[in-house]
Design a protein around this ligand. Structure first.
Ligand code: RIB
Ligand code: CA
Length: 311
């Protein structure tokens, strides 16, 4: 099967980092570029974390720096330092790369790759959607050049940053609305399934047992997540790796087509992904929404994929 040629847009953070490692070794994916955005931590750290990780694992993939903030500043900043630590990778340290970021910014690299691949580029977006929205604003023809958008974001029910909003969407609802209205074919992997994508100490042992740089890095991140859990923090949730799995292992999830829009005004609902599950809106469905997960299949896919790392 032809490899999917993907660009990852991320706010590297702990779970983004695991998704990036999986993408680098997934047999069915070709990572063409990675772009970064402020989200879990500032774009300074999300960019450094991404470049250091990719070069540490020996990949010469361009990493381009993106937006430092949302289209509309609505909060001090969308940081989730409590979950990911001040620098974004918990207490895990990576060798500092001496390489440079791409000479292009994230928006320019997204557009350049979309034109270069002439309709074959797929984007895995696992942070706030600011870069993609700006790329669409500057290059409206992008909607005809991106084959598919795989987004970690939103939820049919609930939220993790407010009772009604998921973090990536809440950081930049205006950008999310623009992206979901862009007519680019889109799959949304939200909290309904990512909160079930939980790893445990057995998975940590398996990663450590690979005795590879990738396995050890993932085990280090998972160990940090486990300490965070023991201190009352989030579980070992693979939000972003599950969104990547939708692209590389679609059978790990079940999907329903819904019309989805984003609340950009509400006092209590700002950043909410409004999903027309009863088809009342009169709008055609615009998003394939993940509504079910085969957890054993996902965990096997993730473990087998990272086991492809040999060094
Ligand atoms: O709500 C979870 C999402 O927010 C994940 O992408 C995580 O990395 C954070 O960005
Ligand atoms: Ca993320």
């Amino acid at each position: 099967m032809e490899k999917k040629r993907i660009l990852i847009d991320c706010d590297t953070g702990t779970d983004d980092a695991i998704a990036i490692v999986a993408a680098l070794y997934a047999p069915d994916l070709q990572v063409e570029a990675i772009t970064t955005v402020t989200g879990n931590v500032s774009v300074k750290y999300t960019s450094e974390n991404t470049l250091n990780l990719v070069r540490h694992l020996g990949f010469d993939i361009p990493v381009a720096v993106g937006a430092w903030g949302p289209l509309k500043l609505h909060t001090d900043m969308c940081y989730a330092e409590a979950t990911h630590g001040k620098a974004g990778l918990g207490d895990v340290k990576l060798p500092k790369s001496t390489d440079s970021f791409s000479s292009k910014n994230a928006v320019e690299l997204i557009y350049e790759k979309a034109v270069e691949l002439n309709g074959e580029l797929e984007i895995v977006a696992v942070g706030p959607l600011t870069n993609i929205a700006i790329a669409l604003l500057l290059h409206p023809e992008l909607k005809n050049l991106v084959k598919h958008l795989w987004i970690m974001g939103g939820a049919v029910y609930g939220g993790n940053v407010t009772p009604t909003a998921e973090f990536n969407i809440w950081c930049d609802p205006e950008a999310a609305r623009m992206v979901l209205r862009s007519e680019i074919p889109c799959t949304l992997v939200g909290l309904d399934v990512t909160t079930k994508a939980v790893l445990d100490r057995d998975d940590i042992r398996k990663m450590r047992g690979l005795e590879t740089k990738a396995g050890d890095f993932v085990a280090d991140i998972l160990e940090f997540m486990d300490r965070r859990r023991l201190e009352g923090g989030e579980d070992l949730l693979m939000h972003d790796a599950l969104a990547l799995a939708a692209a590389a292992c679609p059978e790990c999830l079940k999907y329903k087509d819904y019309y989805v829009d984003v609340e950009c005004e509400g006092t209590y609902t700002y950043g909410h992904t409004e999903m027309d599950i009863w088809e009342e809106s009169g709008h055609e469905a615009n998003v394939s929404v993940a509504v079910g997960i085969d957890l054993p299949m996902f965990k096997k896919w993730l473990g087998d994929t990272i086991a492809c790392s040999k060094l």
